[in-house]
Structure formats: C-alpha cells, structure tokens
Design a protein. Structure first.
Length: 149
C-alpha cells in the first residue's frame, strides 16, 4: 500500500488544486437571501464599515473575501510547490521534509475548518491531509528513500 509515495503525493496535489479551484469559484457567487433575516445580514455584511484605524474601514464581507481568497491561495501554493518539486525530481529526503511541513500546515487548517466552516471545505481538506499522511508514511519507509522517479 505504501510502496510508492509519489502516487499519494500526486493525488494530494490534485485535491489541493481542486480545492483551490472550487474555493476560488465560490468567491464570485453571491447567494440570494432567502428571507428577511438573511436580507438584513447581507445588507450589514456589505455596507457596515468597521473602523480599524489608520484609514482602514473594511466591511465584514471584505474581511470574509480576504480570508476566503487566502485559503484558495494556500491550496494553490501547496499544490504548485509540490508539483514543481516532483517535476524537478527532488530526492525523497527533501520531499520528506516538505511533506512534513504540508501535513503540519494542512493538519492545523483541517482542524480550524472542521470547527468553523461547513462540509465541502472540511471534506476536501480532509482528503488533502489523508493523502499527505499516506505520502509521508510511504516516504518514511526505509525502501522509499531509493524510490525516485
């Protein structure tokens, strides 16, 4: 099962890029309010301006958009960096360190998303984390150090 870490890492890369794409698309979709409470909330999210000093007056929607785009960029960075390193045929020892960092970052991200968000980003980030852990387990095996394609 853990014979080749490259397979697990490529699957993780696919899910990273898929997550970045899906999450980026949602930045351009504005759901229509379904009732009066949602209309009020949408109005406040887009018009109420917080005073953060130094001339910064973002709306809650501005903050939400910034946070949401940062998550998309995190997934894009992870996917592109891992794909680049694999294309350059970086050795298993270096990839092991990169995968450990990936597991740490996306593990923390998964916990935060599981607490504060909804099902789709939780599932996609969970799949990313799962395949990164499988890749890490495979690369840590003694025979994996000699497997570089």
């Amino acid at each position: 099962m853990f014979k080749n870490y490259l397979r697990w890492l490529w699957i993780a890369i696919v899910f990273l890029l898929l997550n970045a794409t899906v999450h980026s698309i949602t930045l351009f979709i504005q759901p229509a309010p379904q009732n009066e409470t949602e209309r009020q909330l949408t109005h406040l999210m887009t018009t109420y301006r917080n005073d953060f000093g130094a001339g910064f007056h973002p709306t809650p929607q501005n903050l939400f958009t910034a946070l949401s785009s940062s998550f998309s960029l995190l997934c894009l960075l992870g996917g592109l960096l891992n794909a680049y390193l694999l294309k350059k045929k970086v050795g298993a020892e270096v990839m092991c360190g990169v995968i450990v960092i990936d597991v740490l970052v996306f593990g923390i991200c998964f916990i935060v998303l599981a607490i504060f968000t909804f099902l789709l980003p939780i599932v996609l980030t969970g799949l990313i984390l799962l395949f990164l852990i499988l890749a890490l387990a495979a690369v840590l095996r003694p025979s994996a150090a000699s497997v570089v394609k």
